[in-house]
Write a new protein. Structure first.
Length: 133
């Protein structure tokens, strides 16, 4: 018995696909899974800012917009966000020495625009986010 093997060369593709979009927006600065020094858990994405204090239910605020250059995100509080469900929050954040910190500047704004207009108070408590491994 004779076995014939044929090698067929696959043609090289002529189109290398779409060019990368260099104008694509970078992700929300502190996106990731985090802990704080009081046992709180965070899951932050471009779409949500989730937080669970030790022993409490998750609060899952919907991120409406963010500006990494200015260091803030605007979110609508979910129905479980106590004490202001359905209102709007501003989360200010900064990266200091490779570590993310945030201040929950306001959580009771009537509109997203009101939340964006808020500024962190001078006595704002900046919470360090610790990577959850």
């Amino acid at each position: 018995m004779i076995l014939l093997l044929a090698c067929i060369k696959t043609p090289e593709p002529t189109d290398s696909g779409p060019e990368p979009d260099d104008s694509a927006e970078e992700g929300l600065g502190p996106a990731g899974d985090w802990l704080d020094n009081e046992g709180g858990l965070y899951v932050i994405t471009n779409l949500s800012w989730r937080y669970q204090a030790l022993g409490d239910e998750w609060s899952d605020d919907e991120v409406l917009s963010y500006d990494n250059a200015a260091g803030f995100a605007i979110a609508q509080n979910d129905a479980d966000h106590e004490p202001n469900p359905g209102l709007f929050s501003r989360y200010d954040y900064q990266n200091v020495g490779g570590f993310w910190n945030y201040c929950h500047t306001v959580d009771d704004a009537a509109t997203a625009e009101d939340a964006e207009a808020a500024s962190p108070p001078e006595d704002c408590v900046w919470i360090e986010l610790i990577p959850a491994i």
